[in-house]
Design a protein around this ligand. Sequence first.
Ligand code: AKG
Length: 284
Amino acid sequence: MTHPAFPIELSPELIHTYVQDGFVKTENVLSDAELRNYSDAVDREVAARTASDTRSVAEKTTYEQSFIQCMRLWETSPDVRPLSCHAGLAGIAAQLLGVDSVRLWQDQALYKEAGGRETTPHQDETFWPIGSAPLVSAWIPFDAVTVGNGAMAYVPGSHLAGALTPVDITHRSEPYDILRDPSLANRNPVWVELDPGAVVWHHGFTVHQAAANLSNSTRRVFTVVYIASDATRTKSWPCYPLDREGLAVGERLDGEGMPVLWPPPASLPDTPATIGEGTGPQMQ
Ligand SMILES: O=C(O)CCC(=O)C(=O)O
């Protein structure tokens, strides 16, 4: 089988860093023009979806104080779709996961408002009924991020521990203190500051958190989560993207809400016929 050339080819050293640490930074992935176009498009979509919410940060729930979360923007915004389906990003995801093909698991805006609280340390993949399928997140800031305005921190090698106790990042119940999990052997999270255009990638089981936003402006971040195309549903518990496609336990992830993004499709995927509940805040 022949594969298309990757638009952005990673060095073996970068891939090794990801395999070893469970996270890696890639510089200069998006040009200034792309950042401008995509951030304008995401800003517009977030503004449209949150127009009726006039609450201050202090009036929001603990979860909402971490970020404004809008999901599946590619489904409602043709202007965001080229970012969610970006061949360069999807090709990087395939290289990091070491697979021939990846599909979209989800995209979302995570806008941490000025004064927003930290994001509680957690693992992502324990939230979803997909077992330990190869899964990687691209965390794409539109502006420079520092520890002072909401940068992420990752526990190196924590992905190798596999699924730990899920953390209730909504704070509806007391969240598990995952940083104290014995399998992490008191390893400390490493903060990653980024220039615009850079992207940081993390494995589905990497323990990560984000700092509070102590600055005067919103930390604007977009994330795209990729999963190996042959992943299957492993549990029956409710999960919007899988339930929408009517997928039973054991079935392969497939359907118009989870398009294959690498190898790149001939044209951008169409808007799914069913855009329903899944666009607002959810555990991520
Ligand atoms: O941006 C944040 O505050 C948290 C992001 C996160 O947890 C993720 O992308 O998995």
